[in-house]
Design a protein around this ligand. Structure first.
Ligand SMILES: CC(C)(COP(=O)(O)OP(=O)(O)OC[C@H]1O[C@@H](n2cnc3c(N)ncnc32)[C@H](O)[C@@H]1OP(=O)(O)O)[C@@H](O)C(=O)NCCC(=O)NCCS
Length: 374
């Protein structure tokens, strides 16, 4: 392989198009949505306001937000046919496969007929994803057919309500809200780029989102929060964490929840979710998971200058809220759907089919030998 290919691997550092939705690794803390810094949004907005911002380019007024939330609330339930499909999916299925199927099936029974319906399709998925995830989870794991509606104010609160069968505390609802804000959008990451490539063929919203879910599923992308949880649960103390991580690095294993393709010294989402993890640890009374996580962070920085990305402290945060590990990445879907759909809309607004070229590295030109001579 030539040097050119090595430096070009993964298309790192190359611009693949324009966007007005997000900057990563540039101004402010390093992440902005439509010009707003992520820390500003996490402190002063709700997830519904952020969804509205990504879909419309501006934050809503009080009246617009009330109308938008009412629209989403009315769309939370899922059709009976989809419930029947979810009931058929086995318990040990990867929950991201459930999300992919749920999204795809909804596209069968409520298709986006033309692009004038793109906001409706995006909002429908946004409102219905918590039900798709929880209906399957509760049915396959506990044999319970849950009511998929709730009067919870926020989508984050709605999700926790469906999962636990009771209203969340104000603190847990807010943590979920912040988490959904942090995961909502991240420029041309792998899953968003998948959605844009699909959109560039003038395909429908459900296909774009289904493809993006499949891309997010991998452990190098969205699956990292679950993988981080699996890892830290095996550590018995901060000292044990450091010792085991040293072994992992020696064996050249990737440590999930660390490093980033664009950020070089820190991920601006980490400081925000880490602070919530610390608060939840204090609330819980048992801070060991948080302490172990901090030890991991210190060790990785001291030995490799690798920093926590958004996923690492999400693991302990979700765990403190009692969320099953297998639902971590599907929650990411419930949030990132907003970024994906916004990118689909943006791609459609100024479209040319995305079709890059490749540098050929294969055989010299040759002719087909008859099969009897091969
Ligand atoms: C995110 C990720 C895919 C970025 O990959 P990338 O752009 O190729 O990473 P970099 O170019 O910064 O890697 C530089 C070096 O650090 C190493 N490295 C990066 N992340 C690492 C990690 N989490 N654990 C161990 N080593 C890591 C790389 O292997 C590379 O080493 P090398 O030069 O000896 O090959 C990578 O950091 C990773 O796999 N992280 C774990 C998965 C994860 O948390 N994903 C969620 C991302 S938000």
């Amino acid at each position: 392989m030539s040097d050119k290919k090595i430096s070009g691997a993964g298309l790192r550092g190359q611009s693949a198009g324009d966007t007005a939705l997000c900057t990563v690794g540039q101004s402010g803390s390093g992440l902005t949505y439509c010009g707003y810094d992520i820390s500003d949004l996490a402190d002063n907005a709700t997830f519904e306001e952020v969804a509205y911002l990504l879909f419309n380019g501006e934050l809503p007024t009080r009246g617009e937000l009330a109308e938008y939330k009412a629209e989403l609330l009315a769309m939370r339930d899922i059709p009976k046919a989809l419930k029947e499909v979810l009931k058929l999916i086995p318990k040990d299925t990867h929950p991201m496969d459930v999300m992919r199927t749920g999204c795809s099936f909804l596209g069968n029974i409520e298709p986006e007929v033309d692009f004038s319906e793109q906001n409706k399709a995006a909002n429908r998925l946004l409102a219905a994803f918590p039900a798709i995830m929880c209906y399957w989870y509760k049915f396959s794991h506990d044999g319970v057919e849950i009511d998929c509606t709730s009067e919870e104010e926020s989508l984050g609160g709605h999700f926790l309500r469906l999962l636990n069968g009771e209203s969340p505390s104000a603190q847990h609802e807010r943590v979920m809200d912040v988490s959904l804000i942090l995961y909502a959008e991240h420029e041309f990451n792998a899953s968003t780029f998948t959605a844009r490539v699909c959109a560039s063929t003038l395909s429908d919203m459900f296909s774009c989102i289904t493809g993006a879910i499949g891309t997010l599923r991998g452990p190098l992308h969205g699956g990292a929060n679950e993988a981080a949880m699996d890892m830290i649960q095996k550590f018995t103390s901060p000292a044990d964490a450091k010792e085991k991580m040293a072994g992992m690095l020696e064996r050249k294993e990737k440590i999930m929840g660390f490093g980033h393709a664009i950020y070089r010294t820190s991920d601006p989402r980490n400081v925000i979710i880490k602070a919530w993890s610390e608060k939840l640890a204090a609330e819980n009374g048992d801070t060991s998971l948080y302490d172990i996580s901090v030890a991991c962070e210190e060790f990785m920085w001291d030995t490799k200058k690798l920093f926590c990305n958004a996923d690492f402290f999400h693991a302990s945060t979700y765990n403190y809220m009692g969320i099953p590990t297998k639902l971590f990445t599907p929650i990411f879907v419930c949030s990132r759907l907003t970024g994906w759909a916004a990118h689909v809309m943006e791609q459609r607004s100024n479209n040319r089919i995305i079709r890059p070229s490749a540098d050929y590295t294969g055989a010299e030109p040759r002719t087909v030998k008859p099969i009897s001579e091969r």
